[in-house]
Every structure is written in C-alpha cells, then in structure tokens.
Ligand binder design. Structure first.
Ligand code: FAD
Length: 527
C-alpha cells in the first residue's frame, strides 16, 4: 500500500513540476520572443482568429502569433524554439488561410505563423516559351496567383475546386480537382521549394537538390518544414470554358464513362462528378453558379428520392481561334451513356469557372451560412472497391445530400509521385492504376435543419463514423484525404509500415523536437 501511495505522490509531483515548468516557460516566452530581431512582429492577445478554422469544431488559442515580413522572421523564431530545447513544450504551426477542418493549423499554447503576412513579396513569372513557371510566397492565395499569371496569358495547370486557399496549405496536403487526372495534383506541379525546417534552417529544395526534403514536404502535412516559397509550373491560360453537366441513374455506367474519359488522350479538360440523393433543384447547388442554357428544362429534373449521378465536365476554348469546339464536344459526348435528355451546357470565362465556389461562398456568407461547423469527410477509394463502396454508402447509409455536395471522381495514379509524403490507396496490382476521390461536404445547421434534425453536427459526425466503419468492415483499403486521427496507431495504419518508417526518419532528420504542425496530432513534443 505504501508503494501505491509513493507512486501516486511521485505522479502528482511530476505533474506539478511539468505544470510549473510550463507556466514558467509560458510567462518568460513572450519577452524572449519579443527580444528577437524581426522585420515582422508578434501578437500575444486577440489571437482568436488563429484558434478558428473552416471546420469550426476545434478552437485552441495559441500563446503568440507571428506576423512575419521576411522568411528570416520564421527562421529566427523556429531556431529560438529549437534552442529552448525539448522541454519548453512550445510548438509552431504555419497557418495558411485557416481552411483546415479539425484544427490542423492551430498550435495550442504555441506559436502560430500567419503565413499570409509574407505575401508582400512579389510574384515572379518566368516565361521561356517552353516551360514557364511562377515563384510565389507560400502564403499567397491561389486566386491571386491566377490573376497575376493571367496578365502574362499564363495560368497554373492543377487546381483545387476553391481558390481562396494558400499555396503552403494545399501543397502540405495535395491539391486535387478535376484537372488532376491529366496534370496530377498540385504537388505534382511544383519545381522548387524554399523551406524552413524544424531546426530553423532555410533550405532550397527540388528534384535535384535536397530531394528528400522536397518530396517529404509535398503532402507532408507541415511535419518537416514550413514552406516559404514555391515555384509552380504554368501553361498557356485558356480563355473560355464550356461547362457541361449530364446525369446518370446507374453508378456503374457513370464511373465507366468517367474512367473512359480520364484514360483517353483527347478528352475534356476537367472531369468531376456529384452524387445526388433525394434532392430537388438538381443542377444548381452551392458549389457553383451554373446557369444552364435551358433553365426551364433544367428545373424540370427532380430526383424523386432516387439517387442520381451527375458528371461534370469542361472544355476550354478560345472564341477567336477554336472553331471546332462544339463538334469536338459532340464527338466526346457521343461516346458516353448518360440519360439522353439531361445534357446541360453553359459558357463562362476561365476565371469564372475556376472561382465558381467563391461565388457560392458569397451567397452563403450573405445568409450567415458560411461559418457553420463543417464535418467534412474526404476519402480516397481504390478503383477495385468503388462499386462495393457505392453500393454500401449511396442511397443506403447516405439517405440525404441536402446538407452539402458529395463528390466522386477518378484520378490516374501514374500522375502521383510516390516519393512524396502523400499516401495513395490500393496496391500496385492490375486495376489499381486509378483511384477515386469521394468527398462528403456538409455544413451542420444549429437546429439540425429539416428531416428530423439530420443536419445537426452530431448526426453528421455519426454519419461519417458509419461510413468509415463500413469501409473498415468491408476492408476496402480506403485512405482519408485531409486525414484526421486521434492516435498514433491510426496514423501508422494510415501510412502503412514502410511509409510510416520513412515518415519517422524524415521527422527525426528535419524536425527532431516535433516542433512543427502540432495540430495534425501525429507526433507530440516531449515536455
Ligand atoms: P491551413 O488550413 O491554414 O493549413 C493546413 C495545414 O497545412 C496545417 O497543418 C498547416 O500547419 C499547414 N501549413 C499551412 N501553410 C503551410 C506552409 N506554408 N508550410 C507548411 N505547412 C503549412 N482540397 C483539395 O485538394 N481540393 C479541393 O477542391 C478543395 N476544396 C476545398 C474547398 C473549401 C471550401 C475548403 C474549406 C477546403 C478545400 N480543400 C480542398 C482543402 C484544402 O486544400 C485544405 O484544407 C488546405 O489545407 C487549406 O489551405 P489553407 O491555406 O487554408 O491551409
């Protein structure tokens, strides 16, 4: 009994020591940070913005926010934390545009680096006529990069559906949209990075130079360094876009056509898809401002409780030069087996198309519906299991999609570089050359909305759990995109033994004290 009492006393003493040490270090930290010679500055109060993100479910206040003006500000700060040693408990999180879903850009009682303060640095476009690129600050929003590049008739090749995200934020994940089948994700379209490691070193890396860090940082969830600059490949910018939607009632036909399109040389420029369950007003949803050429015909379509699948396509064209676009579209569509009377076409500028979700954002903001909790679930499903997945989920577990869109579209695995930190699903065997992105993108409404409170946060989280459980029970080999796990065991399973080993090795090489990106909850800084 005396042993038990002794060990309890030791534990209490240890906890007291830790908390005294923490409170001591937290009280001296502000003054030690303020003593750093910076071009930017720290704020220690009113940092609520750094405790928020788009997911709106996790809220951890940092101790301080760094508003850097130069890369050296970030390097000095991290070097300072590194020199404080493993026991300071202090962590550092880069915050892009804060569009994470579960606090991934937060640093509880640590330092958040407001990457958007770095954007004063100029974007530099290089056009040799063969392989143009742009050098940008990592805190730059993709929408700003688009506008700048368009001045030179150029544009990045690979996008996300929403452009008000930072370069550093999307490159730390992947950056996937309907162009990825052809160009790969955004992480496949980067030539060079400048990175500040967890030791405060500034390193320029590429395929040729410091390649391990370069690959590690891409899709690396902020674990190995803070990206400060990126060199992004460009192409000649399209001018106009024919934006097309067609409907299917049969999932197999829908995915067969999707796979046909992404496997063909001559094809559309963008291929995505949506699942529509029990919904009216099918063609317009919050993701886009789609104005069908025949709105009356479009409004006649209701799903009557059925599950329908909407294939979304675009073809870029230049009205002054391309005279055969309509013929080419007709030819491509003739190879597809959609419900005949469900062809909707609209014409918009390239910028209008790429910035489509922002238009919807403005509408939702005006109704106070943008800042709701977003319990999103993004999954990567191997091609060989997509039918089992669809059978189990669509119209069965998922009986309503009124709370947000559900996306389903395939990408070609060959466009993903397996030297990066990104984890693709499925093995190397036959049929695994394609995988699917399936994204459930609801917003939780405070009252739970209609339909018996189906849209409450708790119900939506339960739904996500049921979906994940189904994938687990059926052993579908599904990986999470923008992953969220609470234990290291789950992270190990996510990466698999070989990739986990590589991750741990890279962590010990570039951020041995586990200072960076604590909000991902992969590694914990020792205290
Ligand atoms: P943050 O949320 O600020 O940061 C994300 C993570 O990256 C954090 O761990 C952070 O610490 C780290 N980080 C941020 N900047 C850096 C840096 N410079 N260096 C190192 N680490 C850094 N994703 C897609 O792939 N395709 C889509 O179509 C898509 N659409 C979206 C639409 C909406 C409306 C939203 C909210 C998100 C969407 N996403 C999409 C997800 C999005 O790509 C990620 O959430 C991305 O991380 C957001 O970028 P951010 O700048 O807000 O990053």
């Amino acid at each position: 009994q005396s042993n038990v009492v002794f060990s309890r006393s030791c534990t209490v003493l240890l906890l007291c020591c830790i908390s005294i040490k923490l409170s001591l270090s937290f009280s001296i930290v502000p003054s030690s940070l303020n003593s750093l010679n910076l071009h930017g500055y720290f704020t220690f109060e009113k940092n609520e913005f750094a405790a928020r993100d788009f997911g709106n479910q996790f809220h951890s206040l940092p101790l301080a926010v760094l508003h850097p003006k130069k890369v050296s500000d970030i390097a000095s700060t991290i070097r300072h934390v590194w020199q404080m040693g493993p026991t300071s408990g202090l962590t550092v999180a880069a915050r892009g545009h804060g569009h994470s879903l579960q606090g991934q850009a937060q640093a509880p009682q640590g330092i958040v680096v407001n990457m958007e303060s770095l954007t004063g640095q100029e974007m530099q476009i290089h056009n040799d006529g063969v392989s143009p690129y742009v050098d940008v600050s990592s805190g730059e929003l993709w929408i700003n990069i688009l506008h700048e590049c368009l001045k030179y008739g150029l544009a990045p090749k690979s996008w996300t559906d929403y452009l008000h995200l930072t370069v550093g934020g999307t490159l730390s994940n992947a950056g996937i949209s309907g162009q990825a089948f052809r160009h790969g994700p955004q992480i496949s379209n980067v030539r060079q990075l400048e990175v500040v490691t967890g030791k405060g070193e500034v390193v320029v890396c590429s395929e040729e130079k410091n390649a391990d860090l370069f690959h590690g940082v891409l899709g690396g969830l902020g674990q190995f360094g803070i990206i400060t600059r990126a060199r992004i490949s460009l192409e000649t910018a399209p001018k106009m876009v024919k934006w097309i939607r067609v409907l299917y009632s049969d999932f197999s036909t829908f995915v067969r056509d999707q796979e046909h399109l992404i496997s063909s040389e001559k094809t559309f420029d963008y291929v995505e898809g949506l699942v529509i369950v029990n919904k009216t007003g099918l063609i317009n949803n919050w993701r886009s401002s789609f104005n069908p050429q025949d709105p009356e015909q479009a409004s006649r379509f209701v799903s009557d409780g059925k599950t329908l699948f909407c294939l979304e396509l675009t073809k870029n064209f230049d009205p002054d030069e391309d005279t055969d676009t309509d013929k080419e579209i007709e030819r491509l569509l003739s190879e597809l087996s959609y419900i005949e009377s469900t062809l909707f076409v609209t014409e918009v500028t390239y910028v209008e198309f790429l910035d489509r979700v922002h238009a919807a954002e403005m509408k939702l903001r005006s109704k106070g519906l943008w800042d709701l909790p977003h319990p999103w679930l993004n999954l990567l499903v191997p091609r060989t299991n997509i039918h089992t997945f669809a059978e189990g989920i669509f119209g069965n577990i998922l009986t309503d999609t009124n709370n947000g869109p559900v996306l389903v579209y395939p990408v070609n695995k060959s466009k993903w570089d397996n030297r990066t930190s990104f984890v693709t699903p499925g093995g190397e065997e036959e049929g695994e050359d394609i995988f699917y992105l399936v994204a459930f993108l609801p917003a939780a409404v405070p009252s739970g909305g209609g339909g018996g409170g189906n849209g409450s946060l708790q119900n939506l989280l339960n739904l996500n759990k049921r979906i994940l459980n189904f994938c687990e029970t059926e052993k579908l080999g599904v990986k999470q995109y923008l992953p969220y796990y609470t234990t290291q065991e789950e992270w190990r399973a996510h990466y698999g033994p070989r990739r986990w080993e590589a991750l741990v090795q890279r962590k010990s090489a570039y951020d041995p004290l586990a200072i960076l990106a604590p909000g991902q909850r992969i590694f914990q800084k020792s205290i």
